[in-house]
Design a protein around this ligand. Structure first.
Ligand code: F6R
Length: 249
């Protein structure tokens, strides 16, 4: 596992964008696993800038997103489909037909999960999976639990996640209670993983994920078993790890 330290959110975003850009340059038809949430926005902005400068070409890039709220149509401004269009897809030359996100409106859970697993398989798996980190250690919407989920599944969001997401909705009652998510197995089968974390609210989860026991109670802790994980985190997110002297000086 490589851990890159950044002084703040801006630097974290630039370093993360460098890694994603390198993947795109080295493999122009790469399959990118993408994440939503606040943390990757800065990295997406950097990628858009590099595209506008002529340094990146997304024309052959394929993408699969980690997750989507169940029950939200893709034009709802809180859907992850909308997020991806406004933060990245609409600003680069990725082809819409090469982007994949779970269908939040599909009510047949089994059909949607099996469709999404097949989408990932047919793409030949993910080359680089970008991940944010939940305050409770979740990755995608794999919430703390008793077991690691393998494939795509429908999740009942925890109270903690509903509270954390409430900032994006007018009232807490509007926050969806279920989501479709890639499983931990889907994530672990990616050939490379890039996890980004920023801010002191992530310090505890990041410390437990990287240096605590590997347990489904901290879903991100399974990343310790992956052979190609890169962490880019800012000083606040790394604060507890530093306090425990887990990083080389
Ligand atoms: C988003 C996702 C979530 C977020 C996590 C952190 O697609 O899968 O796991 O990465 O909740 O969210 P932020 O970055 O908003 O703190």
């Amino acid at each position: 596992m490589k851990i890159y330290q950044a002084k703040d959110y801006q630097e974290m975003s630039r370093k993360a964008a460098n890694i994603i850009a390198a993947q795109i340059i080295l493999k122009p038809n790469a399959v990118l696993g993408l994440a939503t949430g606040s943390t990757p926005i800065g990295a997406y902005q950097q990628l858009v800038e590099r595209f506008k400068q002529g340094d990146l070409d997304f024309s052959e890039i394929r993408s699969v997103n980690l997750d989507e709220y169940k029950g939200l149509p893709k034009d709802n401004d809180q859907s992850y489909a909308f997020f991806m269009r406004t933060n990245l897809f609409d600003h680069v030359n990725i082809k819409a037909e090469n982007t994949n996100i779970p269908n939040g409106l599909e009510t047949d859970i089994e059909a949607e999960c099996s469709r999404y697993n097949s989408v990932i398989d047919q793409l030949g798996g993910v080359d680089l999976q970008l991940l944010g980190l939940g305050n409770n250690g979740h990755i995608g919407f794999n919430e703390p639990g008793d077991a690691f989920e393998n494939g795509a599944h429908c999740v009942k969001l925890t109270e903690n996640t509903i509270q954390a997401n409430a900032r994006f909705f007018a009232t807490i009652d509007e926050v969806p209670k279920y989501a479709y998510s890639m499983g931990v197995g889907n994530i672990m089968r990616a050939r490379g993983i890039l996890l980004v974390a920023s801010g002191s609210a992530k310090a505890d989860a990041l410390y437990k994920a990287l240096f605590g026991p590997i347990t489904p109670a901290v879903p991100a802790s399974i990343l310790q078993l992956h052979s190609n994980v890169t962490i880019v985190a800012d000083e606040e997110a790394l604060s507890l790890i530093k306090e425990h002297n887990c990083l080389p000086a």
